[in-house]
Design a protein around this ligand. Structure first.
Ligand code: HPA
Length: 274
């Protein structure tokens, strides 16, 4: 079965459960988890009930697609994300983005937790992603191109819509939230980086590093979606002053950043034209 047929089958099942046309897709990554509770949900569909959706082999409850209203927009939220380091292929990781597009979204909002390499950044800061570097050594578009879904050689001159970056900066100003801007580099993980790797990643032009987002953004751009991306900076990754990574602390900082990031995304949604 071709990819676009799998996407249509999945979208069809979702549409039968709730026939609303979402305008904006939101991947509830780290830092946006609680936004799911703010949606006036019309339907919450477990990933396991949608054909071809990736599901967790260890936790059958992991992942649901939420359709509803948020900040005056029809949205589809993807709660539960899959990472390359868990063993999923990038085609699996990005399948939900394809389905969001098939349901009708024109815009995708993504978030992640990331290590800050720009020395101006502090743990707890938020960053709007202005561009990215794909260092995963993999690409979700490898393989035969399904022309029904997008072009063979998608343009990447502006993966993050400048108008949405401007919108995010205006929203941050209005809400009194400090917002950094910068380049996100994606690596596979699951190791954190060595000092030499952080030095290299900073040198090649990245401000923040993480293990997600870029595959989903590549597929979104391939599908013709506008993208708005945020990183919650969870730790300071300065090669010459590096402390041992503390995963509990990283998660705590990400959770502490959640109210700020959720408020910012709500403000952005409100300010978005239809
Ligand atoms: N590296 C990769 N991913 C991360 C980091 C990091 O330092 N911090 C949070 N996510």
């Amino acid at each position: 079965m071709e990819l676009h047929e799998m996407v249509l089958e999945a979208a069809e099942v979702v549409r039968k459960i709730a026939d609303i046309k979402p305008e904006v897709g939101i991947i509830l990554g780290t830092g946006l988890g609680m936004l799911g509770d703010k949606i006036e949900a019309v339907a919450r569909i477990s990933y396991g009930d949608i054909p071809h959706f990736p599901t967790s082999t260890v936790d059958t409850h992991a992942g649901e697609l939420i359709l509803g209203r948020l900040a005056g927009k029809n949205v589809v939220a993807l709660s539960g994300r899959f990472h390359r380091y868990e063993g999923y292929s990038l085609q699996q990781v990005t399948f939900p983005v394809r389905v969001a597009k098939a349901l009708g979204v024109h815009t995708l909002i993504v978030s992640n937790a990331a290590g800050g390499m720009n020395p101006q950044f502090q743990a707890g800061d938020l960053m709007v992603i202005t561009d990215h570097i794909n260092l995963m050594g993999d690409n979700p578009l490898i393989g035969p191109n399904d022309d029904a879904l997008g072009p063979r050689f998608p343009d990447m001159s502006e993966p993050y819509a400048r108008t949405l970056i401007d919108l995010a900066e205006a929203a941050a100003l209005k809400s009194g939230i400090r917002l950094q801007r910068g380049v996100y580099v994606a690596v596979t993980g699951p190791c954190l980086e060595t000092r030499a790797e952080y030095r290299f990643l900073r040198f090649i032009g990245a401000d923040a590093v993480g293990m997600s987002t870029v595959p989903e953004v590549i597929v979104a751009v391939h599908a013709g979606l506008r993208v708005l991306g945020f990183s919650a900076i969870t730790d300071e990754c300065l090669p010459d002053a590096l402390e041992a990574a503390n995963i509990e602390k990283i998660i705590a900082v990400a959770n502490a950043a959640e109210p700020k990031l959720s408020a910012l995304v709500l403000e952005c949604l409100q300010g978005m034209d239809a």
